[in-house]
Design a protein around this ligand. Structure first.
Ligand SMILES: *[C@@H]1O[C@H](CO)[C@@H](O)[C@H](O)[C@H]1NC(C)=O
Ligand SMILES: *[C@@H]1O[C@H](CO)[C@@H](O)[C@H](O)[C@H]1NC(C)=O
Ligand SMILES: *[C@@H]1O[C@H](CO)[C@@H](O)[C@H](O)[C@H]1NC(C)=O
Ligand SMILES: *[C@@H]1O[C@H](CO)[C@@H](O)[C@H](O)[C@H]1NC(C)=O
Ligand SMILES: *[C@@H]1O[C@H](CO)[C@@H](O)[C@H](O)[C@H]1NC(C)=O
Length: 486
């Protein structure tokens, strides 16, 4: 045997093993540190929380279908298509977009209204960003979208997020971040209907790099899930939330003092310090003193999960309970505007009646529910649909991507924007809160908002009508076919 004594090679061997083990440890550590801090976080263009801009302008953007005759209130609202185009005019470096749907080009031009052109125009403008040297980045869970393929062929960077692997939901967030400076959040998708026949509402915030930086971090979260099938346990610092419900961003919105933050869902997609949508909704409801006006397409406190091939439905009280508390225990006046359309789940009426019955025999207790429905929507279920998803109270607004449906909030991604106003109601005639309240009241008083619950016969009639209709539809058309399966 080589070596001076039989013991020495054993020692050397042990040393080798120890050094090797140490090296391994270092490598693993280094990989962890680099992957979590540098590689997974991308460049933030030198803007930091310290020197970002908080002197912002906010604009309410809406799409009101031509054939809805809503009384226009005195304050002009900006058409959504104009809002998107203004954002694209401002873009110098990058446009980041998340949308559940990509269908800006109507497939059948013959039967679509002339204003469907807005979608095509927007698509053309997105295609031409490259010629201006502006990067287009899109995160999506769509696997086979023709429009995304076309955009990719024109140099858009597209990252696929495999939602099937995470929650079996969809990447249903709907927002834009432009140059990490301007943002859009709202109900509209990249769908030509959002710019023509569907009623949409959102906000565009300009010159607001603080808020944009935070929303960009939500985008970065999606961006880094590209081709992954797990959520890393150690995340880049560059996806950690900067603001939240306990430390909102203090900012100026058109010279009005306010505080704001971005929330997101589902829980699995909330990076460190990120407030969940549900908690943001809680906070806004709990802080309301006199009124809460809510406008959502669907309201359903149920969660449905498929478990070993069978679907299990559970009551989901997260939002329902705080509404009840506000109404009964704090005497806050609540108005709920829901859409009545082909996909309204039949149990909606039961849950809503239950909410309404809370005020029986109670003085100073008020909860009202109306259903927004447009008779002419027969041929196309999206036509004239009120697709809004927001809440306005006496001191705050919440503008989100989700309907208030348990299953949506627990498996699909979405973001929300909370804005808390600083001053008392009197000296803020022209704030975003007043504009949103005016938009709500306009819809509430319109002839499309009906009180279907007032009259039992009426409700029964609608229900029978719906159920009669449902039987004639294919299963795919109507996901609420069986009342207990979502
Ligand atoms: C903000 O601060 C960072 C680092 O402190 C710096 O690199 C960057 O240039 C600053 N940006 C602006 C717009 O002042
Ligand atoms: C997404 O993830 C699921 C489950 O992990 C997998 O079966 C599927 O092939 C993935 N889809 C794509 C397009 O990668
Ligand atoms: C944003 O700021 C720039 C420069 O201060 C200004 O020219 C522009 O009008 C602002 N944008 C809006 C929408 O007010
Ligand atoms: C109901 O509201 C009125 C006016 O806001 C108030 O004076 C009265 O005390 C309230 N009643 C109860 C039972 O809270
Ligand atoms: C804020 O200012 C912009 C122009 O700078 C204006 O278009 C918008 O309507 C204002 N928003 C509010 C809520 O007054």
């Amino acid at each position: 045997m080589a070596g001076p004594t039989p013991q020495e090679p054993l020692k050397t061997q042990q040393k080798c093993i120890a050094i090797f083990a140490l090296l391994c440890c270092f490598t693993v550590l280094a990989v962890l540190i680099f992957s979590s801090v540098d590689i997974w976080g991308d460049d933030e263009d030198g803007i930091t929380e310290e020197n970002c801009s908080r002197d912002c302008q906010i604009v309410l953007v809406e799409n009101i279908p031509d054939d809805l005759s809503l009384p226009l209130d005195s304050r002009p609202h900006l058409p959504l298509s104009l809002g998107f185009n203004t954002l694209l005019d401002q873009a110098k470096h990058s446009v980041e977009v998340v949308s559940p749907v990509w269908a800006l080009n109507p497939w059948d031009l013959e039967t679509t209204p002339s204003n469907a052109k807005q979608g095509q125009l927007l698509f053309q403008r997105l295609l031409s960003l490259k010629s201006r040297g502006v990067k287009l980045k899109i995160a999506s869970s769509l696997t086979n979208s023709a429009e995304l393929k076309t955009l990719a062929a024109h140099n858009a960077e597209i990252h696929f997020v495999n939602m099937t692997a995470f929650t079996r939901g969809g990447l249903h967030s709907s927002f834009w971040v432009v140059d990490r400076k301007h943002i859009y959040i709202g109900s509209a998708d990249m769908d030509w209907r959002s710019l023509s026949k569907r009623k949409e509402l959102g906000v565009v915030v300009y010159n607001c790099s603080c808020l944009a930086l935070d929303l960009h971090r939500v985008f970065s979260f999606y961006w880094q899930l590209h081709e992954r099938d797990y959520i890393p346990s150690i995340w880049s610092k560059r996806v950690t939330a900067i603001y939240g419900r306990h430390d909102a961003l203090e900012l100026q919105l058109n010279a009005t003092e306010a505080a704001a933050y971005v929330s997101s869902s589902p829980e699995l997609f909330c990076a460190r310090d990120r407030t969940r949508d549900v908690d943001a909704i809680h906070q806004v409801i709990q802080n309301a003193k006199t009124f809460i006006f809510i406008s959502v397409t669907d309201y359903l406190p149920l969660v449905s999960r498929s478990f070993r091939g069978t679907s299990v439905t559970r009551y989901w009280s997260a939002i329902d309970e705080v509404i009840r508390e506000a109404v009964v225990l704090r005497g806050v006046r609540v108005r709920l505007l829901i859409s009545f359309w082909k996909k309204t789940h039949p149990l909606t009426f039961n849950f809503v009646s239950s909410l309404k019955s809370l005020c029986m025999q109670l003085p100073n207790c008020s909860i009202e529910v109306r259903f927004f429905s447009n008779k002419e929507q027969e041929e196309d279920i999206q036509h004239g649909l009120n697709h809004n998803k927001y809440m306005v109270t006496d001191n705050a607004v919440y503008i989100g991507n989700h309907d208030w449906v348990g299953s949506d909030l627990t498996i699909n991604t979405g973001v929300g924007l909370v804005i808390k106003m600083k001053n008392s109601l009197e000296d803020r005639a022209a704030t975003i809160l007043e504009q949103l309240k005016a938009a709500f009241e306009r819809d509430w008083k319109s002839r499309y908002a009906k009180n279907l619950l007032g009259n039992k016969d009426q409700q029964g009639k609608y229900r029978n009508l719906k159920q009669g209709k449902m039987h004639m539809e294919s299963k795919e058309e109507n996901k609420w076919n069986n009342p207990l399966s979502l």
